[in-house]
Design a protein around this ligand. Structure first.
Ligand code: SAM
Length: 433
């Protein structure tokens, strides 16, 4: 018999193994990820009633939420107060949710307990683990929180379950790589896919597993966290495409030892083809740090490797990819998640707000620059990050912070332009920033 302790995440009581065991897994360090999930699922579900008001019937919830993709933010269907014609009060929309690799069931039970869906939506959950002791603990956690009407435990192989059934929301939270479950998850999922990867070494290019597992070559650069996120998302996009589905990234981030993807899913071959246009490559010069991205379809690939246009190096340019080079977040969705986080009782609220807040304002550029490292190469102390962002903007570039690193900026300026601007900081007093 498993020796258990009771803990609390959010407003949910959770029985967990007292000591780490092989049969039931619980990692308290993933509470941050679960806190963001709760807010994200709540934001996603609460955006659904506006779905069928989209100008095009094929628009996904993520598209309908995005000001950047709407013709005008003021026309964004998610802002419309009118009720959805497809959701009548007498017939609520039933959404099915699979927590495929549940461990103690903490994720699924928290969703059942903490996400209020309102009278128009019903959330029916399956919380699954193939380990029998884990399954038994899931059952006890469901009972402890009295969510039997919303959730049931299941003791199956995740792939079998996914291949046999369709689910609106699918959560994959495996040990290491999600790749063994991705194909079946992409076949099954209808609306929202949530995927964790903790195999950051192959995703970051620290060893060769990237090609083997993800059919993509990552590079071990200073922006390896972002590369990992985009390599994983690229793989998700390609797996969804096989089933004529398109990925619409809502909130993709990396923290601590993991990468987490929350992506809307859209049906249709045409949409799937369009989503492939967001795949591409990142070229990086290991001589001067110059970097740029280009899409799959671009003939740029034929030129890469000739010569770095910044330093002239012939041999130091390397390619990473294919990876996702489009936006990895939907600004409006992230704002909703932020608002959900703010009003909830959560153990990791402060960290979660910081990550999601950064994501809201992060530029959609597929890499960033570690400006402290650049300053080191210039043998000069780094100015405040706010000074650099302001100086880049004053010179006509876009610039923002990034959740991936405290000491990095995202900008469309080239490395030589960033250096030129940084050199200015040594000439002027930056104390006011
Ligand atoms: C990282 S743990 C899950 C942690 C959990 N989601 C959480 O937030 O605490 C991965 C789980 O997947 C289960 N698992 C591994 N392979 C599986 C399979 N093929 N089918 C179902 N469950 C599986 C393991 O028993 C383990 O409990």
């Amino acid at each position: 018999m498993l020796s258990e302790a009771e803990t609390k995440e959010g407003t949910t009581r959770v029985l967990v193994p007292k000591r780490p065991t092989k049969s039931v897994f619980y990692n308290p360090k993933m509470e941050l990820c679960r806190d963001i999930d709760i807010a994200s699922v709540a934001a996603f579900v609460s955006s659904l009633p506006s779905l069928s008001l989209s100008p095009s019937p094929s628009l996904s919830p993520s598209l309908s939420l995005s000001p950047s993709l709407s013709p005008s933010p003021s026309l964004s269907p998610s802002l419309s107060p009118s009720p959805s014609p497809s959701l009548s009060p007498s017939r609520p929309l039933t959404l099915t949710y699979l927590d495929a690799l549940a461990g103690t069931g903490v994720r699924g039970v928290r969703v059942a307990n903490e996400v209020e869906v309102g009278p128009q939506v019903q959330l029916k959950e399956v919380i699954n683990d193939r380990s029998t002791p884990a399954y038994e603990l899931v059952n006890r956690n469901i009972a402890l929180n009295e969510v039997e009407e919303k959730a049931r435990a299941c003791n199956e192989d995740a792939n079998l379950l996914l291949l046999r059934n369709r689910y609106d929301l699918v959560d994959l939270d495996p040990f290491g790589s999600p790749v063994p479950f991705l194909d079946a998850a992409c076949k099954s999922v209808r609306r929202l896919l949530l995927v964790t990867a903790t195999d950051t070494a192959p995703l970051c290019g620290a060893h060769t597993g990237g090609l083997r597992k993800y059919d993509a070559k990552p590079l071990n650069t200073e922006y390896h966290r972002e590369m990992a996120t985009r390599v994983l998302l690229g793989r998700v996009a390609r797996d969804l495409c096989k089933y004529d589905k398109a990925v619409r990234p809502l909130l993709c981030y990396s923290a601590a030892h993991f990468v987490r993807i929350l992506a809307g899913v859209e049906k249709g071959a045409k949409r799937a083809d369009e989503s492939l246009k967001e795949l591409g490559f990142v070229a990086h010069c290991f001589s001067c740090g110059n970097r740029f991205a280009f899409p799959y379809t671009d003939s740029e690939i034929l030129r890469v490797g000739e010569r770095c246009e910044v330093c002239g190096s012939k041999t130091k340019i390397r390619l990473a990819g294919p990876l996702f080079i489009g936006p990895i977040k939907d600004k409006r969705f992230c704002e909703r998640v932020w608002a959900e986080l703010e009003e909830r009782e959560l153990g990791k609220k402060r960290e979660a707000l910081k990550i999601v807040g950064r994501c809201v304002n992060e530029l959609d550029i597929p890499f960033f620059f570690e400006y402290h490292a650049i300053c080191k190469s210039l043998k000069a102390p780094p100015p405040p990050i706010s000074w650099l962002i302001q100086a880049l903007r004053s010179d006509g570039f876009s610039a923002s912070r990034t959740h991936f690193s405290e000491t990095a900026v995202k900008t469309d300026a080239r490395i030589d332009e960033i250096k030129r601007i940084l050199l200015k900081s040594f000439l002027y007093d930056t104390a006011d920033f």
